[in-house]
Design a protein around this ligand. Structure first.
Ligand SMILES: [Zn+2]
Length: 44
């Protein structure tokens, strides 16, 4: 999940799963799609 956070007078969007910060909500959302924080359920 992407959470909005404020730091250094700026708004950031954090991937709640791994803690990565993004300055664009779209970037965070795009990352979050590929960051389940869980093991991939699909077979490689
Ligand atoms: Zn992540």
């Amino acid at each position: 999940m992407v959470v909005q956070t404020e730091r250094d007078d700026a708004t950031w969007f954090e991937c709640e799963t791994c803690g990565l910060l993004f300055d664009e909500k779209e970037d965070a959302a795009e990352h979050e799609k590929r960051c389940d924080g869980e093991e991939p359920s699909y077979i490689q």
